[in-house]
Write a protein that binds this ligand. Structure first.
Ligand code: HEC
Length: 143
């Protein structure tokens, strides 16, 4: 992973100081070690792809909620405001064609509510979301 992370960190370091709360910066620090800087994930590592996919989850409320309830986000140590900054950068950045309507930014209240209602089984919750999306003709690959 370091071979992905290091160039990205160096690229960031070369730019003017990125303040806390900068979504792209938070992504590089907290997420890109697994999800890879370009969001393509890893089939071998069973890390889901974010690139070209994140917009699909926005199409139903359960999906929108699920993507902030995953352990990678909720256990990252980021507070609600940082999760908001991160996701409000991440979703439009990686969505590509998967976002079919204008992205509705997350709010701190929404993140706080998601924290207190996390599913016990994140995989089962994802299966429910992907099944519901499939009924709408939207396929999200397993990882
Ligand atoms: C230790 C590796 C790791 C880190 C770090 C990590 N994730 Fe993940 N992420 C995963 C894995 C594995 C999954 C699949 C579900 C699970 O096991 O949690 C996942 C699932 C997701 C999903 C749902 C995608 C889908 O198709 O179901 C999103 C969105 C996501 N992560 C975003 C993030 C963000 C944002 C961060 C940084 C705050 C982050 N992750 C940090 C490994 C990681």
């Amino acid at each position: 992973m370091i071979r992905y992370l290091l160039p990205a960190l160096l690229a960031i370091a070369a730019q003017p100081a990125a303040a806390g709360g900068d979504g792209r910066y938070l992504y590089i620090l907290h997420c890109s070690g697994c999800h890879v800087p370009d969001g393509s994930g890893s089939t071998e590592g069973r890390i889901p792809r974010l690139d070209g996919v994140t917009g699909h989850f926005q199409k139903i409320p359960e999906g929108r909620k699920l993507v902030i309830q995953v352990p990678g986000v909720m256990n990252s140590g980021l507070n609600d405001a940082d999760v908001v900054a991160l996701m409000n950068w991440l979703v439009p950045h990686f969505a590509g064609d998967s976002l079919s309507a204008p992205f509705v930014p997350y709010t701190a209240g929404e993140v706080a509510a998601a924290r207190t209602s996390r599913p016990l089984d994140i995989f089962a919750a994802r299966r429910k979301v992907t099944a519901k999306l499939r009924k709408q003709g939207i396929e999200i690959a397993d990882y």
